[in-house]
Write a protein that binds this ligand. Structure first.
Ligand code: SF4
Length: 348
């Protein structure tokens, strides 16, 4: 597995004219000092001093936070110049940034290309017009398709799509439709973000007034799991599922999470996928056992073993209750091919 490090540079989007209901950028930027190109250099040097010599395969400098290409072009260039210098010196391998679909045009992309930017992630969030409108995104589907097409037409950028789950107006069906539309566009990478309600946001007010009813935990897990399957099934690398706790706490100092937030959502999703795969096989074994105590061995390689067990061993618990007649043993076996799980009866 590739050893990969990210140097995160948080660029608050001062004066962002948009009002995405879930976003607390305004609150964050009010508390955050301006970031200058000198800060970018200092932060990058700090990270590099701890990363160099660790045998990493790839290091990326990543501009995230607001909408990188929404800031004036000269400011983008000043930040990118620092990143390019590090890239040209061979100290970082890639320049990565996130932005909005409606902040993509030829002038912006020409500039990004000139500075050697490699990865552009678009905060798409949803392909549903109603959801985009109710979430205050300030753009519609057309801007998403136009931006993706233009980025791909350059041939030099890796495209990423970020989707949110459970926004205002969302349903299981609208989320699945969004995942299918993203898969059809064919980005190389994707992120899935179950909606988190943060204080200091319009969404929080909507939640408190009863105007917004969040997905239940199970609804969120079911929907995210099926979206993950669609994206990975289309060969897209889902690089993140769920917000990092640091993105909620340190970046949004003073903000707090209202309602549900699970710090290990990816584990929940991968655990659920493994559970559903194994359950089918266990049903067959259980049926053949016809009520007799039967031994079963489940084997998985190191890449899949923790998903098989489930977050906090929840799959083990689930199978014990669901199939009381089966005596199941779990074995981590490096000989099992990647991503495969073997479920065999009578092997203990
Ligand atoms: S999510 Fe991005 S575009 Fe929307 S309000 Fe926040 S900073 Fe602005």
């Amino acid at each position: 597995m590739k050893k990969h490090a990210i140097i995160p540079i948080f660029i608050p989007h001062k004066g962002c004219p948009h009002d995405c209901v879930f976003c607390n950028q305004r609150a964050i930027t009010a508390r955050t000092a301006d970031v200058t190109p000198e800060d970018v250099r200092r932060i990058a040097e700090q990270y590099l001093s701890t990363l160099e010599g660790r045998g990493l395969d790839e290091t990326e400098i990543s501009f995230f936070g607001g909408s990188f290409t929404g800031i004036p072009l000269e400011e983008q260039s000043a930040f990118l110049a620092v990143a390019k210098e590090l890239k040209d010196a061979g100290r970082v391998d890639k320049i990565h940034l996130s932005t909005r679909p409606d902040y993509i045009n030829e002038e912006i992309l020409d500039n990004l290309k000139a500075y050697g930017a490699d990865v552009i992630e678009l905060g798409v969030q949803s392909f549903d017009e109603k959801v985009l409108l109710l979430s205050g995104r300030g753009h519609g589907r057309k801007e998403i398709f136009d931006a993706c097409e233009l980025i791909k037409s350059y041939g030099c950028f890796t495209l990423g799509i970020q989707l949110m789950i459970g926004l205002p107006g969302d349903s299981y069906e609208s989320c699945i439709a969004s995942a299918k539309e993203a898969a059809a566009i064919g980005p190389e990478i994707a992120r899935l973000y179950p909606t988190v309600i943060i204080s200091d946001t319009e969404l929080c007010s909507m939640y408190r007034s009863g105007e917004f009813v969040p997905f239940s935990h199970e609804e969120m897990l079911r929907t995210t799991t099926d979206m993950y399957r669609i994206l990975t099934g289309a060969g897209i690398n889902v690089i993140r599922v769920g917000l990092k706790s640091t993105a909620l706490i340190s970046d949004a100092e003073g903000s707090s999470v209202v309602g549900e937030y699970h710090p290990a959502f990816r584990q929940l999703v991968e655990g659920r996928i493994a559970r559903e795969e194994i359950e089918e096989r266990l049903k067959e074994i259980d049926k053949a056992a016809a009520g007799l105590r039967t031994e079963v061995v489940i084997k998985a390689g190191p890449d899949r073993f923790s998903a098989v067990i489930g977050h906090k061993a929840e799959n083990k618990r689930y199978f014990r209750e669901r199939f009381p007649e089966l005596m199941i043993k779990y074995i981590e076996d490096p000989d099992i091919p990647e991503q495969k799980v073997s479920v065999e009866a009578g092997g203990i």
